[in-house]
Design a protein around this ligand. Structure first.
Ligand code: GP9
Ligand code: MN
Length: 594
C-alpha cells in the first residue's frame, strides 16, 4: 500500500471515530438526533482531520492521535458533567469552582461500559497507527484546501437554515439549545466566543457612569391619589407571573361564561392597573421576571438570563431579604430553562423549586400543569416562616395553548373552537381556576390577611396576526393604535382582602413593579431609588410607557392616550442605560467612581 493511501485510511478511521464520539455524546445530551449537531460535527471533524495534511510522515499520525485524545476528552467530560449537573459545561460554570465540587467522586459512579467508546480508541489507534505506518509522505496543500472548503460548507448548513427562518444564531432557551443546534463542539466554540466578546467591554467609562447615575436617581413627588405609604408594611409577598395573560380577557365572557371568574373576583379587593405593559425583548418569560425583579430592561439582544447570570443585581428579593424576608422562586419547568437555576441566587432567591422538586402528577405541555403546580406551591408556602417573598411563575397557558380535552370547559362558539384564540381562552380559563383554588388554599391556611398577592401577565400570547379573531370575539374592528394600547397590555393587580377595588389607568410597565411594591411595603425610597430604572406608579412620574421592540412587535411609546411608533431618541435612552448597567455589571462597583 502506498504511504499516501495509508494516510488516507488512517485519516478516514480517525474521522469516523471522532465523528462517532461527538455525535453519540450529542445524542445522549439532547436525547435524540439533531441534524444541526450532525452537520456541524461532520464539518468540524473534517476540518480537524484535514489539518493532518500539513504534517509530514509520522507527524500526520502524531497529529491525528493528539486530535483524537482531545476530542475524546471533550466528549467524555461533557457527558460525565452532564450526567451530574444535567446541563453541559460552559466557560462560566467551569470558572465557578464550586460547580466542580463533587464531580470527581461521582465520575466513576456515572461511568457506563459504553463510555469505553471514548477511551479505547485513544489507546488503540495511535499504537496501531505508529506500528503500521511507513513514514515518507509529504504535505498535501491542495487536498487540505479542498477539505477545508468542504468542511466550511457543511458547517454553514445549520446557520444558513436558521438565518432563512430569521432565527437568531445564538438564541438560547435551555442550557442545551447550542448543543441541539451545533453539537457539543459547536456549542463550546460559540460559548467561548460569546464569553470573550462579553468580557471585552465590561468596564464602564466615566461619562457612562455619570449618565447611569443621572438616570437611576430620578425621584418624583407622590401623586395626590397615592394610597398610604407602607400600607402593606411587613406583609408577605406572593408574586405570580402568569404565562401569556393579556388584559383583554379580564372581565370578558364567551357564551355567557366569564373567562377569568377568579381574577375578576380578586379585583374587588385589588389595586388594578389597566394600562400596564410587558416590556420584554428576546427573553420572553425570563425578561419579564428580570423587569419586575430588578427594575431594569433586558439587554438589547439575546437572553439576559443566559448572557449575564452572575451579575451583581439589585433586586426585589435582595431588598426584602435586607428587611428580614425569606425568598423563594417556584416554576413547573426544568430548572435550566432560561438558565433560571444559575441566575436566581443572583436575583436574591434563597431557594428555587423547579419541576425537579414537584410531583409530576399532572403534566401539561411544557411542564407541570398549573393546578398541581399551585397546589404544591401552597403546601410549601404553608410551611414557610413569615415574612416571605415567593415568586411563582405559571406555565400552562403557554403557546400553543393546548390543554387536555377534559380541562376545556368554556362554552366556545363554533368559530373559536380549535382555533388559536379559542385554545388561548381555554388555557387562560384553566389557569384562572388554578389561581382561584390557590387563593382558597392560602385562605384556609390563614395566610391571606397579611400577604400581598401580586399578579401580572409576562407578555402577549395573542399577536397581531390573530387580530382578526380578536375582532370577531369583541365584535368590532381594532385599529393599530387601539391594538397596542388596549389589547397588548397585560393585567397587573395587587390583591389583599383588606383592599377595596381601585382602578389605575396610568400607563406603566413591568419595570415599575419593584418601586411600586417597595412603596406599598414601606421600604424607604432611598433603599432603592438609585438602583431602579422604573418608578413608583403612585408617584407623579410621567404617564407614559416604553415598549422596547421584542420578538414579535415593533417598538412604541405610549404617552397618555397616544401611541407613537417613531420613538424619540430621548425616550429610548433608558434602554441604552439599562444595557450599560447589565453589560458593565454596574452594581458590582460597590463604590462607583466619582
Ligand atoms: C418555560 C417558560 C417559557 O420555563 O417560562 O416561557 P416563554 O419564555 O417561552 O414564554
Ligand atoms: Mn412566557
Amino acid at each position: 500500500m502506498s504511504d499516501r493511501n495509508q494516510h488516507a485510511i488512517w485519516a478516514f478511521i480517525a474521522f469516523g471515530v471522532m465523528f462517532l464520539q461527538v455525535t453519540i455524546a450529542d445524542h445522549q445530551l439532547v436525547r435524540g438526533w439533531s441534524m444541526g449537531a450532525v452537520f456541524t460535527n461532520f464539518g468540524v471533524i473534517l476540518f480537524i482531520v484535514s489539518v493532518s495534511l500539513l504534517f509530514k510522515g509520522r507527524g500526520k499520525i502524531a497529529y491525528l492521535a493528539g486530535a483524537e485524545i482531545f476530542i475524546s476528552a471533550i466528549a467524555l467530560f461533557d457527558l460525565l458533567y452532564f450526567r451530574y449537573y444535567h446541563r453541559p459545561p460552559t466557560v462560566y460554570t467551569l470558572m465557578q469552582a464550586q460547580n466542580l465540587n463533587g464531580l470527581g467522586p461521582s465520575v466513576w459512579e456515572s461511568f457506563k461500559v459504553q463510555d469505553l467508546l471514548f477511551i479505547l480508541p485513544v489507546l488503540i489507534l495511535p499504537i496501531v497507527g505508529f506500528w503500521l505506518y511507513r513514514p515518507q509522505s509529504d504535505r498535501r496543500w491542495l487536498w487540505m484546501g479542498a477539505m477545508v472548503a468542504l468542511s466550511a460548507m457543511i458547517i454553514a448548513v445549520k446557520p444558513i437554515k436558521l438565518l432563512a427562518t430569521h432565527a437568531p444564531l445564538t438564541r438560547r432557551m435551555t442550557s442545551l439549545s447550542f448543543v441541539e443546534n451545533y453539537g457539543i463542539l459547536g456549542a463550546h466554540a460559540l460559548d467561548y466566543s460569546l464569553y470573550l466578546a462579553e468580557n471585552q467591554k465590561r468596564s464602564l467609562t466615566e461619562p457612562q457612569i455619570r449618565q447611569i447615575r443621572a438616570a437611576l436617581g430620578q425621584s418624583y413627588p407622590l401623586s395626590s391619589e397615592a394610597p398610604a405609604a407602607g400600607r402593606a408594611r411587613g406583609y408577605n409577598l406572593i408574586m405570580i407571573q402568569v404565562e401569556s395573560l393579556q388584559n383583554f380577557v379580564i372581565g370578558r365572557s364567551v357564551g355567557g361564561q366569564a373567562i377569568t371568574p377568579n381574577l375578576n373576583r380578586l379585583l374587588d379587593h385589588s389595586l388594578y392597573f389597566t394600562h400596564f405593559y410587558a416590556q420584554t425583548i428576546d427573553g420572553n418569560s425570563s425578561d419579564a421576571e428580570l423587569l419586575t425583579n430588578t427594575s431594569l430592561f433586558p439587554v438589547a439582544a439575546g437572553s439576559t438570563y443566559f448572557r449575564f447570570p452572575y451579575n451583581d443585581y439589585f433586586s426585589l428579593g435582595k431588598m426584602l431579604k435586607s428587611q428580614g424576608y425569606q425568598t423563594a422562586a417556584f416554576h413547573g419547568d426544568e430548572k435550566d430553562f432560561w438558565n433560571r437555576d444559575q441566575i436566581y441566587p443572583h436575583l436574591g432567591f434563597d431557594r428555587f423549586y423547579s419541576l425537579e422538586h414537584f410531583r409530576r402528577d399532572d403534566m401539561i405541555g411544557m411542564g407541570l400543569g398549573d393546578r398541581s403546580f399551585l397546589a404544591q406551591c401552597g403546601e410549601i408556602i404553608g410551611k414557610q416562616k413569615p415574612p416571605f417573598y415567593d415568586f411563582l411563575i405559571t406555565l400552562t397557558s403557554h403557546t400553543p395553548f393546548k390543554i387536555p380535552e377534559k380541562e376545556q370547559t368554556l362554552p366556545l362558539p363554533p368559530e373559536l373552537k380549535n382555533r388559536l384564540l379559542g385554545d388561548y381562552l381555554e388555557s387562560i380559563h384553566y389557569t384562572d381556576a388554578a389561581i382561584g383554588a390557590f387563593i382558597k388554599d392560602l385562605e384556609a391556611r390563614h395566610l391571606l390577611d397579611r400577604t400581598l398577592i401580586v399578579l401580572y401577565g409576562d407578555h402577549k400570547g395573542i399577536f397581531k396576526q390573530d387580530r382578526g379573531s380578536v375582532e370577531k370575539l369583541v365584535g368590532s374592528p381594532i385599529s393599530d393604535e387601539t391594538w397596542i394600547r388596549e389589547y397588548t397590555n397585560v393585567p397587573f393587580m395587587i390583591y389583599n382582602p383588606g383592599f377595596s377595588r381601585r382602578v389605575v389607568t396610568k400607563n406603566a410597565g413591568q419595570i415599575d413593579v419593584l418601586p411600586t411594591l417597595a412603596y406599598l411595603m414601606g421600604i424607604p425610597e432611598r433603599a432603592y431609588v438609585s438602583q431602579t430604572l422604573g418608578h413608583n406608579i403612585f408617584s407623579a412620574s410621567p404617564d407614559q410607557v416604553l415598549l422596547p421592540s421584542g420578538d414579535y412587535e415593533e417598538q412604541a411609546l405610549i404617552r397618555g392616550n397616544a401611541v407613537t411608533f417613531d420613538v424619540p431618541e430621548k425616550e429610548k435612552e433608558a434602554l441604552k442605560i439599562s444595557d450599560w448597567i447589565i453589560r458593565g455589571d454596574y452594581f458590582r462597583m460597590k463604590e462607583p467612581v466619582k
